[in-house]
Write a protein that binds this ligand. Structure first.
Ligand code: GH3
Ligand code: MG
Ligand code: MG
Ligand code: MG
Length: 312
């Protein structure tokens, strides 16, 4: 258990890549003082399905970045009084743009000058003239990669689930979706029961194993489209899009019973752990925040009523 199934993972990654890159509508920002070229790039990327923000005045760089929030930045090296690499260097002093991929267009073939640009904070070069096909594919692949990395830093390292902040963002997104379309969606808060005792009796490492076991159970049993986050230490948030309250309770009760049946090895003895859950319909609340609070209140009630179960 816990060992990587490399061939399966590789297949999964291939499939995700093929689907992801093909369907991604990444956000590309382009800065070049050559207006004709700029317009050409814009047309090529836009007709390739990308979202594009293109402008020829580098002094607008910061405000445009803040507004558009691109996945990648494509920038010319020489732009009148502005120097692309110096702008890149400036961006790298701002935490917000520290990891933004910056790719320079350059007609400069001199390797030393290219290295100098990389040293200032650029990530790569494409050499002018750039073919339409190459431009589009480069942009697509790099946008995809940027989003993957972004996602990676938003995942909890112990469990691989979404961290608090991203889970909340996704929950709010689903709240907006279900409010707009009228379908029913559900949020649940889960908390392990008497978990301090688990740590105290068997150690923190064994406690971690229990947290992972619940994470895996949730991941394997819920749908791909469900949102699962590690909300706090031994607290989880689950969002079930397009699901009725009754169905959600049924699903969570089944999970609750299956989890309670797992047997853990505590060294000196074997033991079992339970969890409590509180459930609320997203549609019944004005904001995602209010729905979470309601699920939290239901969870608290379940704790007071004796734990190990699901409360609406
Ligand atoms: P209750 O049934 O009321 O929830 O009781 P509890 O003991 O579970 O209380 P609470 O939820 O407040 O306990 C949280 C405990 O979980 C405290 C903390 O030591 C432990 N914990 C939090 N994060 C982690 C973690 O990452 N690993 C381990 N092993 N323990 C953790
Ligand atoms: Mg130029
Ligand atoms: Mg607890
Ligand atoms: Mg807790």
């Amino acid at each position: 258990d816990g060992a990587l199934d490399i061939p399966a993972l590789a297949d999964q990654v291939e499939q995700l890549l093929a689907e992801g890159v093909a369907t991604l509508s990444g956000k590309v920002m382009i800065v070049d003082d050559d207006r004709e070229l700029l317009e050409h790039y814009r047309v090529v990327l836009t007709s390739g399905g990308m979202q594009v923000r293109a402008f020829d005045d580098p002094s607008r760089l910061l405000s445009e970045l803040a507004e558009f929030r691109p996945d990648i930045l494509l920038m010319d090296v020489q732009m009148g009084q502005y120097d692309g690499p110096i702008l890149a260097r400036m961006l790298r002093f701002q935490a917000e743009w520290l990891s933004l991929p910056i790719i320079f267009f350059s007609s400069e073939a001199n390797r030393d000058l290219q290295l100098d640009v990389l040293a200032r904070g650029g990530d790569d070069f494409v050499t002018k003239p750039v073919s339409d096909e190459f431009l589009l594919r480069t942009a697509r692949i790099r946008c995809f990669r940027a989003r993957q990395l972004d996602k990676l830093v938003s995942l909890d390292s112990l469990t691989g689930l979404l961290k608090h902040a991203l889970a909340k963002t996704e929950l709010n997104r689903e709240h907006a979706r279900c409010t707009r379309s009228g379908h029913s969606s559900v949020v649940a808060m889960l908390d392990l029961d008497h978990f301090k005792q688990v740590n105290d009796s068997y150690g923190h490492g064994v406690g971690d194993m229990v947290i992972k076991a619940l994470s895996n159970l949730l991941r394997h049993r819920l749908r791909n489209t469900d949102i699962i986050g590690r909300y706090g230490g031994e607290e989880f948030v689950v969002v079930l899009p397009e699901c009725s309250l009754e169905k959600a309770v049924e699903v969570l009760e089944a999970l609750n019973q299956d989890f309670a049946r797992l047997v853990f090895n505590g060294g000196s003895e074997e033991f079992a752990v339970t969890f409590s859950a509180g459930v609320a319909a997203l549609n019944d609340y004005e904001t995602g925040e209010e729905a979470i609070d309601a699920a939290d209140r239901a969870l608290y009630q379940r704790k007071r009523a004796g734990r190990n179960g699901v409360t609406v």
